[in-house]
Design a protein around this ligand. Structure first.
Ligand code: VGL
Ligand code: ZN
Length: 210
């Protein structure tokens, strides 16, 4: 498949130590996306990354809610919230990008989840859609029309980044071998792929671009 990469951006979502094997919220085989994303970066002139970046007091951490455990669902300021282990605490090793991930051509990094009162799966908006990270305006300022989304995790931050990109009017591609899911339920990643496709995302493999 020949895909025209004019006015395109590669978005690298949350390829951070805590989402990789050995990390606090490790995604199975999460490290497998790194060589794929590195190869893809050679094809793109415009690359941005997102970074999950929580204060230690973040409301998505089970340890900040007495009597709750990881995986429980609570209401956090009016929104349903799955409780996660403490992860990607601002400035920590877990919040850093993996050292094997190329970053020399990145234009900008967009941090998300900085407000302790609301989680932010999408790279564009928080889960309550009250605040934005600046990513959408940034891409539009540079006349980006197509976005190619990669990274972690397929069933959370990648999925919501893709859905918001579609909502903002970007032609949106998901590179399926450049993402892996958490899979709290075994089919979550497959279901997420289906949902993104149904909403208008085009599912590609990296070899379609290389
Ligand atoms: C993520 C859960 C909590 C992700 C971030 O990057 O997919 N998932 N925070
Ligand atoms: Zn998080």
């Amino acid at each position: 498949m020949a895909v025209d990469l004019k006015n395109s951006a590669l978005i690298i979502v949350d390829v951070q130590n805590d989402f990789l094997p050995g990390g606090a919220l490790a995604v199975n085989n999460g490290d497998k996306v790194i060589p794929v994303i590195n190869k893809l970066q050679d094809k793109f002139e415009f690359i941005v990354a997102t970074q999950d970046w929580h204060p230690a007091t973040h409301g998505s951490f089970a340890g900040n809610h007495e009597g709750q455990k990881v995986g429980d669902t609570i209401i956090l300021n009016g929104l349903e919230q799955i409780l996660w282990p403490s992860h990607c605490v601002e400035g920590s090793f877990g919040a850093a990008f993996h050292e094997g991930l190329e970053n020399h051509n990145w234009r900008e990094v967009f941090k998300k989840g900085t407000n302790p009162k609301v989680d932010s799966y999408s790279g564009f908006f928080d889960n309550g859609r009250k605040e934005h990270t600046g990513l959408g305006d940034y891409l539009k300022r540079y006349k980006i029309e197509k976005v190619f989304v990669t990274g972690l995790a397929a069933d959370y931050c990648v999925k919501f980044t893709v859905l918001d990109a579609l909502d903002l009017g970007f032609q949106t591609f998901l590179i399926t071998d450049a993402t892996k899911g958490v899979n709290l339920a075994p089919n979550d990643t497959v279901d997420a792929f289906g949902e993104m496709e149904k909403m208008g995302a085009v599912l590609l493999q990296s070899e379609d671009l290389l």
